[in-house]
Design a protein around this ligand. Structure first.
Ligand code: PLP
Length: 437
């Protein structure tokens, strides 16, 4: 069975089971957890991977990763009930692919992690009520709200920065109600994330309310993302060529999953950490200094993260060796202007519409190798569907895009939120008032 230990190699003798890690994502020292051992996949499986479908690949990989922590047939049920929407590798050019991760119910890649986590929590903790607390820069909130909505024995508190997420994103998380409570914070995403961390460190509180988080500090959010890197690989026709993957990044959960897939043996030549002007990681990769900053607002708002909390896991997975990290990861940052230009360029050249986040993924590839080399499979992740940013896209491309039915559902419903300041005591009060525990 898999065991988890704290980063920084603290207290290596304190080990958490998968269940403990999911329900207490900040480990014994209030640090993030990483797997003690990352199991390698069979070479045999990789060589035959084309023969498997999406759910079979997810089951195979997560079963190896979890190493028996969840019985095989239970895991199969969880995957079939949560990963029940398609994933598409769209070919834009001979050597350029867009991995469309946005076909889930809320049209963002976070549906993978959120739905899988929801099913895992209700499986592991089926005899008591679990409180899920999450901070969102936009898409986490809607995916988590959707994943947990009406799920028995769960109550969810979503912290989001007031006026800093899009109209549709806000509607998605404030209109469901029932077991989903939207907490509107007069601050930034980093404030929300700091409040979340504060809550998780308060062991008395977390024990009383059975609090865990659906943010990517929770390992069960990361695991399905590890699986889809393998699925992307399975869809590549010419596997004799090197593969480069560019990931539009904010909190670096997606890249962490990629590095775990790499450590399991997935043959990827290079990962590109593509960010907006919140460029803490690209600067770290250049200088070796990891210096959190205040987050700055951009049009790729789900990536407006000034203190990317997952990146330390990546550093730890490479044993704090910057040279080793640099062999595998390049990092670049892009401005809004560049983001808009790339949306226009890709529309003109490939008749394909990118949302602002995916545009940054595309830009990462362009900066890395000009997408000029036909001996490389260049893949960028598309993390959200463009219709979530309708106003921007209509404006940049001078078109009128349709909003899918799924998103329209919530637009006319009434917003309900609880407004608080950035004081953690205000949040605790809100929990006390609303909690059914
Ligand atoms: C959350 C999000 C990201 C950033 O993902 P991380 O795993 O936090 O790096 C990128 N794009 C979209 C659309 C997102 O919702």
């Amino acid at each position: 069975m898999i065991k988890f230990v704290s980063i920084y190699k603290k207290n290596q003798d304190v080990k958490y089971s998968f269940k403990e890690a999911v329900l207490n994502p900040l480990g014994p020292d209030n640090e993030l957890l990483i797997p003690e051992i990352i199991h390698k996949i069979d070479h045999e499986f990789i060589s035959k991977i084309d023969k498997y479908n999406l759910q079979e690949i997810f089951l195979y990989i997560s079963n190896i990763f979890l190493d028996g922590s969840i019985p095989y047939y239970d895991l199969k049920k969880i995957i079939n009930n949560s990963i029940n929407f398609p994933l598409n590798l769209k070919k834009l050019d001979k050597n350029l692919f867009c991995f469309e991760l946005f076909h889930g119910p809320t049209l963002a890649f976070k549906d993978f992690g959120a739905r899988f986590l929801a099913k895992i929590i209700s499986y592991l903790n089926n005899d008591c009520i679990t409180t899920i607390v999450s901070a969102t820069s936009g898409d986490t909130g809607s995916a988590v709200a959707d994943g947990f909505y009406q799920l028995k024995n769960t109550q969810v508190f979503l912290l989001y920065p007031s006026n800093k997420i899009s109209f549709i994103q806000e509607k998605q998380l404030t209109t469901l109600n029932e077991n989903i409570h939207a907490i509107e914070v007069d601050g930034t995403f980093d404030d929300c994330q700091a409040m979340l961390k504060g809550i998780l460190k308060d062991k008395q509180l977390t024990n009383k309310y059975n609090i865990t988080t659906a943010n990517s500090i929770n390992i069960a959010r990361i695991l399905p993302q590890v699986c889809y890197y393998f699925y992307a690989y399975s869809l590549i026709k010419d596997k004799s060529k090197d593969i480069v993957i560019s990931i539009p990044s904010g909190n670096y959960g997606n890249l962490t999953a990629g590095i775990m897939a790499y450590k399991m043996g997935l043959p990827i030549k290079k990962f590109i950490a593509s960010s907006n002007i919140n460029d803490v990681v690209p600067i770290y990769l250049r200088t070796g200094n990891f210096i959190p900053k205040k987050s700055q607002l951009t049009i790729s708002n789900a990536m407006d993260v000034g203190n990317p909390s997952n990146f330390i896991r990546i550093i730890d997975l490479f044993n704090y060796n910057l040279d080793e990290i640099k062999k595998v990861i390049n990092g670049y940052s892009f401005t809004d202007l560049e983001t808009i230009k790339a949306i226009k360029f890709v529309y003109k050249k490939y008749k394909y519409i990118l949302d602002p986040h995916s545009s940054i993924g595309f830009l990462g590839l362009e900066k890395y190798n000009n997408i000029g080399n036909y001996n490389i499979n260049n893949i960028f992740f598309s993390t959200a569907h463009y219709s979530k940013f309708k106003d921007l896209i209509d404006n940049y491309l001078n078109i009128k895009i349709e909003i899918p039915e799924r998103l329209l559902k919530c637009i006319n419903k009434e917003k309900k939120s609880i407004k608080i300041d950035t004081n953690i005591a205000s949040f605790i009060n809100a929990i006390k008032k609303i909690s059914i525990i």
